[in-house]
Design a protein around this ligand. Structure first.
Ligand code: NAI
Ligand code: MG
Length: 362
């Protein structure tokens, strides 16, 4: 049976990069067959209809699809009555508990001084400060406002994210073994770095740290070949900028993971090349890390690479790893060549020209 995949371009350049990724998926030779279904969501849809995420989109994804590709949504920074972000809601409805973000450098004449790195950030996707339990009151002592936020760390969610990290460390090792040694960036034993701040927050981050550590300690046969190290979140940022090549898999609570991964994107040239996947046990949703880019939307110059790589992640997590690798290699070849790049990477090419170049290398 074909893979049924929901396509949710949503707003802005989502409408340019999702069709681009779809074209690449459809062009895989001997690849899986696809049955794409186009679904609505987003801020523009909200302005037309009063809802940002129609029930039919949720139901179709839940009941009919194995996976989805999401573009980007133009969430306003001010509060709009009745509106809340559809991407946050989808992660919850589909129980997509880990956000998987590979960030890797590709040698290219377009960015000669780039650092060498190949890391995979796993961000817990359901809790931490993002449960949005906030309140404001007046402090009786001063008569001034004071605001609080609850932070949730559960053993359940921490264990799921930690298990994903150790499994991905093993998977990455297997994939590296298929490459010639000189082409591998990571040359050590697989490694999981646990990010936390349990020197200060010993209850919440302490539970996170202990739970993720226990994933390895309780499964010595399975994960004995994976090194485990810890890094406090502040020194994590410092080390990541100084020596990003020192990291393989990095696993972090939601907020730290969000911040670290945007920082990592800065090390590889553009937000326009960094993909992600929201992964659950029964569903996966590819999603470029970037937003709807209103400054360039409609001009035909958005970089489709993040979306194409996100489509690769989708295939990888649906078990079609060899086809995903073909897509990554085709994208890497375009970057390495450096003559057909969109303006965010210093080039002069259009979205379509980059897609054509990727298809030529497939
Ligand atoms: P953004 O990622 O949309 O844009 C930041 C900068 O990067 C802009 O200069 C943009 O032109 C450039 N850029 C991003 N993706 C690009 C691509 N594929 N090709 C070429 N250039 C690219 O972030 P910004 O401007 O902070 O937010 C714009 C809107 O996107 C906001 O409404 C925000 O809420 C939303 N957003 C949505 C996200 C999502 O759907 N998951 C994530 C981040 C932001
Ligand atoms: Mg972010």
């Amino acid at each position: 049976a074909p893979l049924k995949i929901g396509l949710i371009p949503a707003d802005g350049i989502g409408r340019e990069v999702i069709p681009a990724a779809q074209r690449v998926l459809e062009s895989l030779s001997n690849g899986p067959r696809f049955d794409f279904v186009h679904l609505d969501a987003g801020f523009e849809y909200f302005q037309k209809t009063g809802t940002a995420l129609p029930q039919v989109t949720i139901d179709t994804l839940k009941n009919e699809c194995q996976g989805a590709l999401f573009g980007a949504v133009s969430s306003p920074s001010h509060k709009v009555a009745g509106y809340s972000s559809p991407i946050v809601a989808l992660r919850k409805h589909l129980d997509l508990y880990a956000n998987v973000r590979p960030v890797a450098s590709v040698a290219s004449p377009a960015f000669p001084n780039q650092k060498v790195l190949d890391m995979l950030i796993i961000r817990e996707n359901t809790e931490c400060l993002y449960i949005k339990s906030e309140r404001q009151e007046v402090d009786p002592a001063t008569g001034l406002k004071v605001a609080y936020a609850d932070r949730k760390i559960s053993e359940y969610a921490s264990k799921r994210a930690g298990t994903m990290a150790f499994n991905m460390a093993l998977t990455r090792q297997q994939l590296r073994e298929q490459k010639p040694l000189e082409n591998r960036i990571w040359k050590h034993k697989p490694r999981v770095t646990i990010v936390h701040k349990s020197n200060v927050m010993s209850v919440t981050d302490g539970l996170w740290r202990e739970t993720v550590r226990a994933v390895k300690e309780d499964n010595p046969e399975k994960y004995g070949g994976v090194d485990m190290e810890e890094q406090l979140v502040d020194s994590m940022v410092y080390r990541m900028f100084r020596e990003p090549e020192a990291f393989d898999v990095v696993v972090a609570p939601n907020l730290y993971g969000d911040i670290i991964s945007d920082g990592a994107a800065a090390l590889v040239g553009s937000l326009g090349v960094v993909p992600s996947a929201n992964v659950g046990d029964n569903f996966v949703m590819g999603e470029p890390v970037h937003g709807s880019a209103p400054d360039i939307a409609g001009k035909g110059i958005s970089n489709p690479i993040a979306a194409i790589r996100s489509a690769g992640l989708l295939l990888e997590h649906l078990g079609h790893t060899q086809h995903a690798l073909k897509m990554y290699d085709a994208v890497d070849a375009v970057l390495a060549d450096g003559s057909i790049l969109t303006p965010d990477l210093g080039g002069k090419s259009t979205t379509n020209e980059v897609v054509e170049a990727v298809l030529k290398h497939l």
